[in-house]
Ligand binder design. Structure first.
Ligand SMILES: Nc1nc2c(c(=O)[nH]1)N=C([C@H](O)[C@H](O)COP(=O)(O)OP(=O)(O)OP(=O)(O)O)CN2
Ligand SMILES: [Zn+2]
Length: 141
């Protein structure tokens, strides 16, 4: 679904899981230097999330794929990104969207006993523009 682009993140964990999803959302960048992006418009965001860990849960999952989708898709699909509290003080740029998705996913992962880590979030906003967000090592468990 990410259409030919799957960036690899180096790590030494035993297991790596990837979840692709896409969602439709609107946004605007309320800054005079944002040009046409100051006007509200929509995107189909293509998202790839990489999760890794050394331990599985009792089902044999790093984490259920469905939970990853719920954390991101249920929250943002068919919404105006600017309406979410996480974009009260920062603009919903592709960079910020990737960062916020990492924060939401990592928070969910840390509720699990096996504590996997989210190593990478890729957000493609348009056919020609995408961002990769990777946490600093000290942000991982
Ligand atoms: N670093 C960033 N630059 C831009 C962002 C962003 O989030 N981070 N966002 C925009 C706009 O919101 C726009 O939706 C996307 O811009 P762009 O890729 O330039 O869109 P085009 O489809 O016009 O791209 P072309 O390759 O020129 O067709 C702008 N910049
Ligand atoms: Zn846009």
């Amino acid at each position: 679904m990410m259409q030919q682009f799957y960036p690899q993140v180096p790590h030494s964990y035993r297991y790596e899981l990837n979840k692709d999803m896409h969602l439709s959302a609107a946004h605007f960048i309320p800054h005079e230097q944002a040009g046409a992006c100051q006007q509200m418009h929509g995107h189909t965001y293509f998202i790839n999330i990489t999760i890794a860990g050394d331990k599985l849960d009792e089902l044999g999952f790093l984490i259920d794929f469905k939970r990853i989708k719920d954390v991101v898709h249920k929250r943002y699909d068919h919404t105006l990104l600017n309406d979410h509290p996480e974009y009260k003080d920062v603009h919903p740029t592709t960079e910020r969207v990737a960062e916020q998705i990492w924060t939401a996913v990592q928070t969910e992962l840390q509720k699990q006993a096996n504590k996997p880590n989210c190593l990478q979030v890729v957000v493609r906003e348009t056919p020609t523009s995408y961002v990769i967000y990777r946490p600093k090592p000290e942000e991982l468990v």
